[in-house]
Design a protein around this ligand. Structure first.
Ligand code: FMN
Length: 369
């Protein structure tokens, strides 16, 4: 491409040409026949923006708070495993980009950078730590304590991944973590150090299925809340019933997410699921959304429908693959610029002015025919 990328799709094209086949397939694929993966993206097209006219938008701000913490823009980074497969600077570069732009960064338990490394190298970054319920409770406690010590401000408990999803392309290529990479968060723990050679050769999906607990229940989330003072976010809810259960187990916030369509296929797109979750939750906790967000206008739509913030997964990997930290920063910058311009054109000068009546489902128009 002769010119610099101007939107997330440009980054995707560049990244797809640059990444090795197995990494590209690991990053980009969805579960089974990818119904949900594709629908996450399409769903945003089903919602239309109804602008307000002739508002004074000369003085705009995208600043808001999430769980009481200030961000300069409500578009943050979802936890994605193994960012160093995209670029050697990996998660550190992403956290630095978030620090620079005032965004929230979620670090995956399966990151190639460690918790302390993020603290040392991106000290100003608002950081949350993603965890699963693990088979080994001692290890779980160590991870939580390490995250607290390293200045992470919330725990995002992934609730939609009891077992590893079936991603065809990844299964065909038999994805394994390349030997030169380490799982930074798991290095140097008391009860284990990273991933053993045997585990590495056994393949990524086997490793995760052995590592995480498939018997986890909401009681485990209740237990988690007893071992930490950090807020606990339930990541991966797409039903009203799920939201009710998460609240009953003490969730401090909810991420409407289907894991980017990587786990259970044929579930609704996150944008379609948002309304139901918002109706059940009301103002009892904050709701965030990820899955298929590829533009600032997607963010505007989700915020109008009740999300406090949105997060992106793959776009950050594409930015990293293109130009390391600068690429990740550019992706976040573009998404923010798109939201900013979208707000101006829709008549909102601050996030709280993005109102529910600014978005309708497209059936609103066909029902008028
Ligand atoms: C390569 C990759 C790795 C991921 N790793 C994790 C993970 O370790 N933990 C987790 O909770 N979610 C993980 N996710 C899901 C993301 O947190 C997020 O829900 C999803 O990527 C959002 O969709 P998007 O990629 O369409 O933006 C991963 C997603 C991708 C693409």
């Amino acid at each position: 491409m002769a010119t610099e990328p101007v939107c997330v799709e440009d980054f995707q094209k560049i990244a797809e040409a640059k990444l090795s086949k197995s990494v590209r397939e690991y990053y980009n694929s969805g579960a089974n026949y990818e119904n949900t993966y594709k629908d996450n993206r399409k769903a945003f097209g089903r919602y239309k923006i109804r602008p307000k006219y002739m508002r004074d938008v000369s003085n705009r701000s995208m600043a808001t708070t999430i769980l009481g913490q200030r961000v300069d823009c409500p578009i943050g980074v979802s936890p994605v495993a193994m960012c160093r497969l995209a670029h050697p600077d990996g998660e550190v570069a992403v956290a630095r980009a978030c620090a620079k732009l005032g965004r929230c960064f979620m670090l995956s338990t399966m990151a190639t950078a460690g918790l302390d490394e993020i603290e040392e190298k991106a000290v100003d970054c608002l950081r949350w730590f993603q965890i699963h319920i693990q088979k080994d409770r001692d290890l779980q406690i160590q991870l939580v304590q390490n995250a607290e010590r390293a200045g992470f401000k919330a725990l995002a408990l992934t609730v939609d991944c009891q077992v590893y999803g079936r991603r065809h392309a990844e299964m065909r290529s038999g994805f394994i973590l390349p030997a030169k990479h380490k799982l930074g968060v798991l290095e140097g723990l008391k009860s284990r150090t990273g991933m053993s050679e045997e585990e590495r050769k056994g393949g990524w999906s086997n490793f995760l299925n052995n590592f995480f607990s498939s018997s986890a229940t909401w009681d485990d989330m209740r237990w988690l809340k007893t071992i930490t003072k950090l807020p606990v976010i339930a990541k991966g809810i797409i039903t009203g019933e799920g939201a009710r259960e998460a609240l009953a187990a003490g969730a401090d916030a909810i991420v409407v997410s289907n894991h980017g369509g990587r786990e259970l296929d044929c579930v609704p797109a996150t944008m379609d699921a948002l309304r139901e979750v918002v109706e059940v939750v009301g103002d009892r906790c904050e709701i965030y959304l990820d899955g298929g967000v590829r533009s600032g206008l997607d963010a505007l739509k989700a915020i109008a429908m009740g999300a406090r913030a949105v997060f992106v997964g793959r776009p950050i990997l594409w930015g990293l693959a293109h130009a390391g930290g600068e690429g990740a920063e550019k992706v976040l910058q573009i998404l923010g610029d798109e939201l900013n311009t979208g707000m101006a054109l829709a008549g909102a000068s601050k996030i709280s002015e993005i109102s529910r009546d600014m978005v309708v489902h497209k059936s609103y128009y066909s029902s008028k025919l």
